[in-house]
Write a protein that binds this ligand. Structure first.
Ligand SMILES: [Zn+2]
Length: 257
């Protein structure tokens, strides 16, 4: 993998147009499929409304978002309605995020958010476009990146350093169990994973997670059994090898690398 962009053959009229051509060309040349390890992912033949690339080996779909500056806590995305429909039908694409340096003409960060981290709550509805806008009334969406746990942000390139492919594939497979879960069950798991991460320690006690009871109650106002629900998620995460049970009430996160 090389991080530099190739000079395009065509001259583009705007900076954003050429950046788009560079980033897409880079993905076509260097990006591998984090799901099956195939050495290339291919652009969709026609302009698909939500996905940009597909792996011909395993058929995983990817959407690419790229920008100069680092992604903050939100990423602008497509039509809200389409997003929700694809989420409900479980055929939303994985998300590839790229930051690049226009002076060096190269990739700084390149990460993938596996589609199984997309739960309804991380898709935010934007205000309809103003009546004066070309697409007046159109409703877009934001992806709330800040609500996705770190295990759902897998860096292929980080601060100009290329991660080992093996490690990327391991990190990817580590959370695939989320795919077998329905939207609601997945929502709970992702939220508890985020709580564990916010502890910033590899070993913790069940009480540490109970301390997030208020936060989780706000997220699930209809649920009056938050503590049993937390226990259930921890057990599930243990059964799927995401964490280990050390002794009664004590847990340890499995190492990723
Ligand atoms: Zn693949």
């Amino acid at each position: 993998m090389k991080l530099g962009f190739e000079e395009p053959q065509t001259q583009y009229s705007s900076g954003s147009q050429s950046a788009r051509a560079w980033t897409e060309q880079w993905v076509r040349t260097w990006a591998y499929c984090p799901n099956c390890g195939a050495s290339k992912i291919n652009p969709f033949p026609n302009n698909s409304p939500v996905a940009d690339f597909q792996c011909t080996e395993c058929e995983e779909e990817y959407e690419l978002k790229s920008q100069k500056s680092q992604f903050a806590h939100k990423v602008l995305d497509g039509a809200f309605k389409t997003k929700c429909e694809r989420l409900a039908a479980d055929n939303n694409p994985n998300l590839l995020l790229m930051n690049y340096d226009l002076k060096l003409l190269s990739v700084t960060n390149f990460l993938v958010v596996p589609k199984h981290f997309f739960v309804r709550k991380i898709i935010e509805e934007r205000k309809p476009l103003a009546p004066t806008a070309r697409r007046a009334g159109w409703v877009g969406s934001n992806i709330l990146l800040s609500q996705i746990p770190q295990s759902g942000k897998i860096y292929i390139v980080r601060n100009g350093q290329i991660a080992a492919k093996d490690s990327v594939l391991t990190q990817w497979s580590r959370t695939l169990f989320l795919r077998d879960q329905g939207q609601e069950a997945r929502g709970w798991l992702v939220d508890v994973m985020k709580c564990i991460e916010d502890l910033e320690k590899n070993e913790f006690q069940i009480e540490d997670i109970y301390a997030f009871e208020d936060r989780l109650s706000r997220l699930y106002p209809g649920n009056r059994n938050v503590k049993p629900k937390i226990r259930q998620q921890l057990q599930f995460l243990r059964d799927r090898g995401y964490l280990d049970f050390v002794s009664r009430g004590y847990y340890r996160l499995r190492a990723t690398t």
